[in-house]
Design a protein around this ligand. Structure first.
Ligand code: CO8
Length: 259
């Protein structure tokens, strides 16, 4: 597997660790490694939750501006499609995914964190979509995933201004789910991941799919996605186990096999 995104597995939690000093700039090679790593953790039934991590110093400073600067329109048409494909592979991992954000998450770095289900930020983290300062707009999901998360007006403020947002503001607008001391970012994210990892994986995948696919559609279609997912779980051993355990031992005592 690639050196620019390491897959580190500890029991049922996998960490996708960005590893491109000094800024984890998301060049083409890192994007390819990211897509491969997302595919690996998605396909491995032993992995039940995932942490995205850029290391103790920073999450990622965005696309590699130096690589991007020379691109023509036709080249960027292909390159932006490849980057969105890699990010979509992360967003579509059918397991709980938590971004552990220290330092900067900017541009494509923030857009990668937006592909996670939750974001844990360190107290000195700063996030933003500074593409406008380059004469650009976000190209890896920022104009779509950010307004869905924090609302259109707040997203427009960040995208129009390019300003950096500190952790307390990120928490207030729902861009961060938890803010913790910098040295506890990774351990907090792993603990959160481990908690979700104990749940029934097929039901977790169905819940994530129903929410994410439902948000992209109208209410009636979303409700139908939910209904089909709900009914489908009656084909799983975990649903039998969960409901039987409730009858025998009360709520929240079941151990799930993942079948
Ligand atoms: N790309 C390439 N190199 C970078 C990047 C980057 N995104 N960010 C920093 N660097 C480089 C700097 O040029 C510098 O290199 P050198 O040492 O050779 O001069 C080195 O990293 C250290 O950077 P600084 O000296 O600037 O460090 P500071 O601590 O002063 O500042 C910042 C750190 C705040 C992160 C600052 O470097 C910065 O603002 N970086 C740019 C952030 C940015 O604009 N990100 C958005 C990029 S565009 C994007 O992500 C679009 C995504 C979709 C595109 C789809 C295309 C495929």
């Amino acid at each position: 597997m690639g050196e620019l995104v390491r897959v580190e597995i500890d029991e049922s939690v996998a960490t996708l660790r960005l590893n491109r000093a000094p800024m984890n700039a998301l060049d083409r090679a890192l994007q390819d490694d990211l897509a491969a790593a997302a595919g690996q953790v998605a396909a491995d039934p032993g992995i039940r939750a995932v942490v995205l991590y850029g290391g103790e110093r920073l999450f990622a400073a965005g696309a590699d501006i130096k690589e991007m600067a020379a691109a023509s329109y036709p080249q960027m048409d292909v390159a932006s499609s490849r980057l969105q494909g890699a990010f979509n592979a992360v967003a579509e991992i059918g397991k709980p995914v938590i971004a552990a954000v220290t330092g900067y998450a900017l541009g494509g770095g923030l857009e990668l964190a937006l592909c996670a289900d939750f974001r844990v930020l360190g107290e000195s983290a700063q996030v933003g979509q500074p593409e406008i300062l380059l004469g650009l707009i976000p190209g890896a999901g920022g104009t779509q995933r950010l307004p869905r998360l924090i609302g259109p007006a707040r997203a427009k403020d960040l995208i129009f201004s390019g300003r950096f947002v500190r952790a307390d503001e990120a928490l207030a607008v729902g861009l961060a789910d938890r803010v913790v001391p910098d040295d506890q970012v990774y351990s907090t994210a792993v603990a959160l991941a481990a908690r979700y990892a104990a749940g029934p994986p097929i039901a977790l995948a169905a819940a994530k799919h129903a929410i994410d696919a439902g948000l992209g559609t109208d209410l009636r279609t979303g409700l139908e996605i939910e209904r089909l997912g709900f009914a489908g779980l009656f084909a799983t051993e975990d649903a039998r186990t969960g409901m039987r355990s409730f009858g025998e031992n009360g709520p929240g005592k079941a151990t799930f096999s993942g079948r």
